[in-house]
Design a protein. Structure first.
Length: 634
């Protein structure tokens, strides 16, 4: 039997690993002790984060599966029996866009039930019991840009109606620019009409329209809307497409008014309680929070009712499409039943309800020096007007006598006590020699009463004309020599003339209190020690807390107190009524800095302090802004 192989003297000897013999402190290397051991904290942290290849693949698969399940759950809830109906806002982008034909095709669905909205908005709802889906369509009025932007704030999907030849006109381009700037939710493009063209020209027109759409919507799909089959495909696309999330509405409860009623207060007919009915979206709605009506302001809620759902997928409903006349009768009967079955869901608690206070009431004496009393002012004026007797040579005027300063006798200061003896002897000798001169000078002097007031009225009156001529000459000369400099005026105090300016020796090293010499209006602003930390804490608190109040998808009626009658009048005119629940501290006034960009199509100058309309998140308000150049301050 052959013996086992033994390594000879020429076998290659590889060096051992020397990782534990040095202390690595690089960016990618882990800190090691001189003995080669890794600290316990670093080792536990690396075990949590640094996984193997198989573990990383498994973790990525789990995350992908969770995101997919979340998207599917959102699609199931949106438009289903438990969630709110799928809100689709129809926006025509051209004056010749056949929006009425598109809506008529969407209403003629064989497997859906049609229900028309009451009022002038012209909306309708489609209920499909077989697919367990429901949609609500609302049309944005042509030419009303603010109504389209308000509806886009709460819409689940936007349906743009295009013209088969041009796509959109100048008004549609302007509307699209505003929608993109505000935040665009999920959308779909539909082109009704074009059946009168020959087949070849129809294909060419579709290709031309696709090229126009690629600039604005590079990944959008264009749907033709001429038959009922094409309308059903569009509905399926709206129900299954991925939803775009807007942060300002996902974190707040909001709703679009389905019905509204105004109850005037006993004191005045112009103010009362507004009862708004609609489906809760976004987050659960708490009755103690404030509600913001877009374009009208912030208000408080008194109670929340839970009436029956008017768009419920009731199995008792007969399958198939119903006619409008039958649906109107059902709606009338349904409203009578709703009035009987309304239940009180919750009432506002005065101790927990948010306050409507939006401004701080400043104390005018806080941090300021006490104002002098009238007696102190009179004493100061009397001390300035005190007269003194002065010995002056003969022929001296009062103006010259005012500049003569007498030596104060009898001063017992420390400096006089410490004088040298030589100085005293010299003064005695000088006094003996000048005794004879004083006798002759007293005969030539006289006493005169001089006012202590610094300002001589008579002298000012004499030189007033000379000063005016000198001022004109100086202004002309200074304008030529220094056109960018301003001299301190004589008739206005410098603190008043230059109260908007601040002189600093150095912008980098000079101390500067940012709250110094601010206008009084700034005292009405609420201050936060750390705004971003407060916002982050509120968002975490909302995510951790359990749902309280009206849940998402419930059909509720909000009783809003002290609402002006103009809100109800605008709703009757057909304008949308959009409500958003406010987070804590969100009703308080603050200073906003916006970065404004000019649109390429805009060429008109915008003046400072000109009243403009701002759409900021869910708010719409008027303001007169001040414009400045956007630089880094260098």
């Amino acid at each position: 039997m052959a013996g086992a192989h033994r390594a000879g003297p020429l076998k290659q000897q590889n060096k051992a690993h020397k990782g534990g013999k040095r202390f690595l402190t690089g960016f990618c290397s882990s800190p090691r002790l001189p003995s080669g051991r890794v600290p316990v904290k670093v080792q536990s942290r690396r075990q949590r984060r640094e996984l193997g290849r198989a573990d990383r693949r498994h973790q990525a698969l789990q995350l992908r599966r969770q995101r997919k399940e979340a998207v599917l759950a959102e699609k199931r809830n949106l438009g289903s029996r438990d969630g709110p109906p799928h809100l689709v806002v129809v926006v025509p982008l051209h004056g010749r866009a056949a929006a009425h034909d598109a809506l008529r095709l969407l209403q003629n669905q064989d497997s859906a039930v049609l229900r028309m909205d009451e009022g002038k908005a012209g909306g309708f709802a489609l209920l499909c019991p077989q697919l367990k889906q429901r949609w609500r369509f609302v049309t944005a009025q042509t030419g009303d840009l603010h109504a389209a932007l308000d509806l886009a704030k709460v819409a689940d999907s936007l349906l743009f109606i295009l013209d088969p030849a041009e796509g959109w006109d100048s008004a549609g381009e302007y509307c699209l620019s505003c929608l993109f700037a505000q935040g665009l939710p999920s959308y779909a493009l539909a082109v009704p009409g074009g059946t009168d063209l020959p087949p070849k020209k129809r294909i060419d027109a579709k290709k031309k329209l696709s090229k126009i759409i690629e600039k604005r919507f590079p990944e959008a799909k264009l749907f033709s809307l001429n038959t009922e089959q094409e309308s059903s495909l569009l509905l399926r696309h709206l129900a299954t497409q991925k939803q775009r999330h807007l942060a300002f509405r996902d974190r707040r409860a909001h709703l679009l008014a389905y019905a509204a009623e105004f109850l005037p207060s006993p004191e005045s007919d112009r103010v009362g309680t507004l009862k708004v009915s609609g489906f809760v979206r976004g987050q659960p709605l708490d009755v103690n929070s404030l509600v913001h009506i877009v374009g009208h302001g912030d208000f408080q809620m008194s109670q929340v009712d839970a009436p029956p759902d008017p768009l419920s997928l009731n199995p008792r409903v007969v399958k198939g499409r119903k006619k409008t006349q039958d649906m109107d009768e059902d709606c009338v009967n349904g409203t009578e039943e709703m009035e009987e079955d309304v239940k009180l869901l919750m009432k506002a608690d005065a101790s927990k309800q948010e306050s409507l206070q939006s401004e701080v009431v400043p104390d005018p004496m806080e941090g300021e020096q006490t104002w002098p009393t009238e007696e102190e002012l009179q004493e100061a004026e009397a001390s300035q007007r005190a007269d003194r007797v002065v010995k002056v040579p003969r022929g001296t005027s009062k103006y010259q006598a005012a500049w003569i300063v007498e030596d104060k006798e009898g001063s017992d200061e420390d400096g006089d006590v410490d004088d040298d003896m030589d100085d005293d002897m010299m003064e005695e000798a000088a006094s003996q020699s000048s005794a004879e001169e004083e006798e002759h000078s007293e005969e030539e002097c006289e006493t005169m009463t001089v006012s202590e007031c610094v300002r001589d009225d008579q002298y000012d009156e004499k030189v007033e004309e000379d000063e005016q001529m000198l001022e004109k000459f100086k202004q002309e000369r200074m304008d030529e020599m220094f056109p960018d400099e301003v001299d301190t005026p004589r008739d206005v105090p410098a603190r008043v003339r230059f109260q908007k300016y601040r002189g600093l020796k150095s912008f980098r090293t000079s101390p500067w209190d940012p709250k110094e010499n601010l206008p009084r209006d700034y005292a009405r602003i609420f201050q936060f020690q750390d705004f971003f930390r407060t916002r982050k804490h509120l968002f975490r608190q909302i995510e951790k807390e359990e749902a309280e109040g009206a849940l998402v998808g419930w059909y509720v009626t909000l009783h809003i107190s002290n609402v002006p009658v103009g809100v109800m009048e605008s709703f009757r005119e057909g304008k949308p009524l959009v409500l958003f629940a406010l987070l804590p501290h969100e009703q308080k006034m603050s200073v906003l800095n916006f970065l404004v960009r000019r649109h390429p199509t805009s060429s008109e100058p915008v003046k400072a302090k000109e009243e403009l309309i701002f759409h900021c998140g869910f708010r719409r308000f008027r303001a007169s802004p001040l414009f400045s150049q956007h630089t880094s301050g260098l």
